[in-house]
Design a protein around this ligand. Sequence first.
Ligand code: SF4
Length: 376
Amino acid sequence: VCPTAALTEVNHTRKVWEALHHPDKYVIVQAAPAIRVALGELFGMEAGTIVTGKLAAALRKLGFDQVCDTEFGADVTIMEEAKELIHRLENGGRLPMLTSCCPAWVSFIEHQFPELVDVPSTCKSPHIMFGTLAKTYLAEKLGIDPKNIVVVSVMPCVAKKAEAARTELSIDDQDNVDVVITTRELGDMLKEAGIDFDKLADEEFDRPLGESTGAATIFGTTGGVIEAAMRTAYEWITGKELEKVEFHQLRGMEGLREATVPLDGQQIKIGIAHGLGNARQLLEDIRSGKSQYHAIEIMACPGGCIGGGGQPYHYGNDEIVKKRQQAIYKEDERKTIRKSHLNSEVIKLYEEYLGEPYGELAHKLLHTSFTPKERI
Ligand code: SF4
């Protein structure tokens, strides 16, 4: 069975066209970090070309009412996940805490290690958090009935389609994300609409759910989620400014990596795995009580989402995935704000609506639980 569900891929572009042509629907689109370093390949550009501005312009040309960024959801994820890690460290909680934003990996642990389902972070993934906030916070701001809002996610990932259908992620029996299309499906839509992608002038994402930091960008590659979490956890734990934001010890392409991050006298031990065979090794150590880590990031796809099953085919050419990874780090460097907790729209979201990170409303809207499932 393909862990990322790529073998059972169903095309959902028709659903998006129907929503866009529906007179009563307000259609909001979000695009994941990994899309902006790969979409250009479908239009003859070099692997690793950054097309963030063209992506925003192209989505607007397709007719979406709001063109937003999953990276906003990634910054919110860090607010919740960093707080959850600190809470577990300070209160004798379950360690190591595992990242939970990859649905193929979540499905893997539910089926293969059902006795460990209390180990992952309870955070929903960034695009699901985004969908929840679009249908609550943004709907209220815009004065639109959430029933008339359609949220479309453009993802590098086929497993995100199944994730969006998980009933435990819905709020008040309403899906947070209505349709998921992959990078390749977006490419098909742009071609069908006759949009000259490479000739588009750069545009910006719409605010408020379009502002993001470099920390959110690096979610697109292996090691990025835990690095983003460390940038915020460091400042929250130490109360000091983190001047050098890059944690090079967390980066790389080896399938299994480990690093120690000093945090105010504590040594935080971190494990990173990409590819489910590598994840299995870390999980077996947790099961047998041998794991020494405080936090572990796991991504099912080699390279993380940049190498996802919905991206332009790279036919096993690792050089293409490496170029996408370099582009992700370049995009992070380009950002003025590189720590999630400094995203001004995220700060406003908590001040105006959510209250405290990891607080009561944040828990209700942005967290979930995982269920042991039959072994397959
Ligand atoms: Fe999807 Fe990313 Fe997980 Fe691959 S690593 S299955 S693209 S979330």
